[in-house]
Design a protein around this ligand. Sequence first.
Ligand code: BV8
Ligand code: ZN
Length: 247
Amino acid sequence: MNQDDVGRAVAALRSARRVVAFTGAGVSAESGLATFRGAGGLWEGHRVEEVATPEAFAADPLLVWRFYDQRRVHALAARPNPAHETLSAWQERFPSYMVVTQNVDGLHQGAGSRDVIELHGSLWRLRCTGCGRERDDRTAPLPALPPRCAACGAAERPGVVWFGEALPTEAVMAAKSAVERCDVLLVVGTSAVVYPAAALVELAAAAGATVIEVNPEASALAHLAGVALRGPAGRLLPQVAAGLAGG
Ligand code: BV8
Ligand code: ZN
């Protein structure tokens, strides 16, 4: 990756009217939060894909509850990093702009991003396993046992999308329609292996958008990127922002 790549990213953004930022766990890495496939995607020896599932919650609710409690405690102690801050500042810069994230940590909102599309839900929401009622909850640590729903008394679960579960329809629709018509899709900090979220990158490329990947490593969809910024987003996005502000 060299300065020319940053220059090409600046050029693409300078002429863009509609921009979408699609982010994954890597955008929160410099805030100190673990990525999924970074540490081999392990948590206490369990593969995340095995813990973040309805089956795991049914089989061992306390193990899964503890997994999310620990993620919440870490996320509560984390601060947005310059990547989140740059993506937030750009909502004033482009006529049409949207942040679509796979992350559940809420750091984009913490940096001031508004109307963030959370494709995989949020650590800060609890959902009733009985009536589906959802509520915000930022207590950390969580109580040892999943709380009971105030409406129906069933146990509550984390308000996230587990493997094998459908993504929230309205979030997917909003993300798809933005991605289909954007001029530039920024793909920041995602390995692009989890579907259907990763399909957004394919959709943007097929619709003729310029895809700019910001990631120290090539993602599974790196071949769709017109520009690849190979490095940490917390350093590279501010560099692009400086180039963009340079007029
Ligand atoms: C569904 C919420 C059906 C929970 C998450 C085989 C082939 C294709 C698909 C499948 C398959 N087998 C199963 C599936 C489907 C499955 C899937 O895609 N599995 C993958 C593993 C193959 N998908 C699903 O199950 C989805 N649902 O398909 O349902 C259905 C349909 C209708 C009706 C009923 C059912 C649900 C998927 C959502 C799962 N939930 N999260 C939680 O967080 O606990 S996914 C989880 O992975 C997170 O959301 C995470 O964001 C996401 C993707 O990971 P990344 O964000 O990309 O993170 P990762 O660690 O992988 O990569 C980090 C990247 O950052 C790296 O590239 C690294 O280089 C980079 N990086 C590191 N540091 C930095 C950096 N970049 C920039 N700067 C840095 N400093
Ligand atoms: Zn209920």
